[in-house]
Each structure stands twice: as C-alpha cells, then as structure tokens.
Design a protein around this ligand. Structure first.
Ligand SMILES: [Mg+2]
Length: 293
C-alpha cells in the first residue's frame, strides 16, 4: 500500500508503567496532571510515592508564577504529594533571567499577581510599584489572575502601558505564565494570566496597529522551563539521557517539549487528543491515566 509522504503517524497510547520503563527521568506539569484548584488528581499521590521510592529523577515544571517552589511544595504536601521544593521549578524562576538579560536591576515594575509573584520580581532586582492609577512603570509583569482585583488590575496595567507608549517611551511587557485557562475542578475552568495579556495586547493594538506591542512569554510553550528542569535532573551527576515531559495542554506542555527537544506524553486535561492538527505539534504518546498499570 502506498503511504502519502504527508501522512501523519498515529500517536501511540502508552501506560504509565511502560512510559517509566522507556525513560530515566520525568518532567511533570502540575495543573491538570497532578492537581487542579480543588485538590490532587486521580493516581497522582501513588505516582509521586512510586517516583520517590524508586529514586526516579523527576521535576515539576509549572507555569504557575503565583507560588514560590516552597509554597508549591507546601500545597503539594497538604494534598498528599511528597514533593520537595528542590523538585519544583516555575515560570516565576525565569523572571530573574529576563531581568539580567535586559539589565533591569532597579526597574519599576507593576505586578499583577500574588505576594509570591511580587517576591519573584523583587528577587530578580525589580522595584515593585503599588497597584494604583498613574504609576510610571518600566516593566509590567502579568504573573497570575489572583492577588488583585482582576478587571481593575488589568485596566491599571493597560493604562500604565498606554501612558508610556503614548509618551514614546519603551516598556517591558512580561508574561511568565502564558496559560489562558486552568482547571479549577473536573467541571470548571478559570481564566489566568495569559488571558489578561491577550486583553492588554488586543487593546494596545487598537492604538499601535502598525507595530502592536507584545508580551515576552517566558514559560511554556518556550523551552526554557523544561531545559531548567532537565538540567536539575542531570545535576545529581546521574546519566539521565532519556527524559520525557508529561502535560495536559498541547499549546504549552507539548509545544515546550518540542522546543526543548524532548519526547512528550499528553494526558487528557485542558487538551484532548482528537487527531493531528496543523496548528500544534503532536505529542509522542497519549497517556490515558497516571495509574501504574
Ligand atoms: Mg496543565
């Protein structure tokens, strides 16, 4: 039988046990894989217990910029997931690299996010401004949907960007967490920071149509967060050659795996695998469940 050159191979289903047998290190997304906003997801606690007991190198790579790794670890522990802070890297951890690359020490920064989001910016050298009308911001960092009044915060950030750009002055628009939505429970979705950035970008494009300002997107789908996680797996000196990324969103987790040159497994969450699409890369595997079968 002739197979057209453009044929897309089907994505194989794989069990968690077979996935672990074929790889020697694991990167795991948090929301939609291990947890949602209401608690731990099915089989997550047993999987983490197995990874700990079998000394399998693993790292959580989350776009969450609302919690420090320490805060993440405390929440995981409260949900029965024994994950230490050293095994967590977040998109908030990428803010420091951006500030260093762009020489932003002392930059006046408007932060939409939580206390931990502001702590990430301060640790990166930023001077956090109060969230109030009229501020003159060098940087706007949209880190999360929580920790401020959603609409009021979005409007203050938009207005701060407009004032700078109308005056012909540059501004850095920073989006550590590009996620549009996140799972609140098995039947509820929430909007998060990526949605706020899209609102601001759309509004700025009305004024600056010829060169619409865009946010710098630090977390997944860029590969940097996974490269950071992979480096951590290898830091112990172990030969961790075969690393796989497990995530629930094609547009972020699976795209980031491609960007980092890693194989990936998609578990049904925000995304469902319904066949190849032209707009996003396919995962290497589809993972029906975290169950160790
Ligand atoms: Mg997710």
């Amino acid at each position: 039988m002739d197979i057209p050159l453009t044929a897309t191979p089907a994505v194989a289903e794989i069990s968690m046990t077979a996935l672990l047998a074929a790889h020697d290190g694991v990167l795991l997304d948090a929301y939609g894989v291990l947890v949602d906003a209401s608690g731990a997801l099915p089989h997550a606690a047993a999987l983490i217990a197995h990874l700990n007991a079998s000394r399998t190198p693993y790292c959580i790579v989350t776009n969450d910029a609302s919690r420090s790794p320490t805060t993440c670890a405390a929440r995981f522990a409260s949900l029965g997931l024994a994950i230490t802070a050293e095994r967590v890297t977040t998109s908030g951890d990428l803010i420091g690299d951006y500030f260093a690359t762009h020489q932003l020490a002392g930059a006046r920064t408007l932060v939409l996010g939580t206390d931990d989001s502001r702590a990430y910016v301060r640790a990166s050298g930023g001077d956090v401004l109060p969230l109030e009308p009229g501020v003159d911001a060098d940087v706007i960092a949209v880190c999360d949907d929580a920790g401020f009044p959603f609409l009021q915060g979005a409007e203050l950030a938009l207005s701060a960007a407009l004032r700078r750009l109308d005056a012909g002055r540059a501004i850095h628009l920073l989006l550590p967490n590009p996620d549009i939505v996140y799972p609140k429970s098995s039947t509820e979705m929430g909007f998060t920071s990526g949605a706020i950035a899209l609102m601001i970008e759309t509004a700025l494009a009305r004024r600056f149509a010829s060169a619409p300002p865009k946010f710098a997107r630090l977390g997944k789908p860029a590969g940097a967060l996974l490269q950071r996680g992979a480096a951590r797996l290898r830091a112990g000196g172990a030969n961790v050659a075969r690393i796989v990324m497990i995530g629930d969103q094609l547009e972020t987790d699976i795209a980031a795996a491609h960007a980092a040159g890693l194989p990936s497994a998609l578990i049904a969450g925000v995304s469902r695998w319904t066949g190849a699409r032209s707009d996003v890369a396919a995962p290497t595997y589809v993972l029906p469940s975290l169950a160790l079968t």
